[in-house]
Design a protein around this ligand. Sequence first.
Ligand code: FES
Length: 330
Amino acid sequence: MNAPTATLALRVVEARELNPLIRMLRLRADDGRALPGFAAGAHIRVQVSLTDGGTDWRHYSLVNFDTARNATNAPTEYVIAVRKEAEGRGGSRFMHERLKEGDTLAIEPPKNDFPLHTGPGGSVLVAGGIGVTPLATMAARRRAEEAPVRMHYAGRSRDLMAFLPELEALLGPDLHVHADAEAGAPLDIDALLDNVPAGDRLYVCGPKVMLDAVLARTQVRGWTHDRVHFELFTEPVVEAGDQPFEVELAQSGQRFTVAADQSILDCLIDNGCDPMFDCKRGECGVCAVPVIEGEIDHRDYVLTAREKAEGNVMQICISRAKGARLVLDL
Ligand code: FES
């Protein structure tokens, strides 16, 4: 069972389109009271209505550009930015199309799975698209600490990249913008890594393809895990060729079909089960389940290469079956 978390009811006091893909929302309590504080990298979970009439929760990183040291200790508002996803179950479309200024949202208080480390050394922030949100808050925090910080911000084109004016004002020459449309190529990860000083830490947030590329290149270079911190900004995406498969729960004997565009976790929830989970992005490790039979298509960022090769456990929020069937020890 997942322990219930107290929710807050916050009013949308401003909803503004930053560009055709990204909508910024400012949320406040009706009485203007101070909200729970947060550290750079934190997110809130927001309850959204889905197109099928159900509800679900989505994570959104908290955005702050204020460089006062105590700016996020007892804030009176939370700022989030939401990218509209054409695919998926309608959570982002709800945030873009149905939610209006004046509406109330149920949210869970801030939680931080992507903490910024203090101490010596600089921070190199690598943002892809809307993945800029937690990194913008980190940049403000590092500026507040007068600590070295640099950001590489990549996107398709400048007009689709949120918060560019704020970041330019905050970081000046320490902001490096890469627009694919101008460069004619994606961000050169190796060139970027070549210029990261030995004592600096890397913080990466962006789409899976960027994350995978950065992780692969840092591994090849022998970077230790404690130098590379990351967060995936999208819900897990369906990959080309994904097929439906069957899951059997060994303890109860129940069998379900996981649709091609559905995770095992969502399939179990839809069928009245109560599995443990948190991030739903293959990052936190909470949803690990022992596997008794079947070959696993591992897609998480938690298990080690050895654990993946052994094939005895999987993260059911993101990983799938390679074959037609999996038997889980549930
Ligand atoms: S819920 Fe976090 S790894 Fe699956």
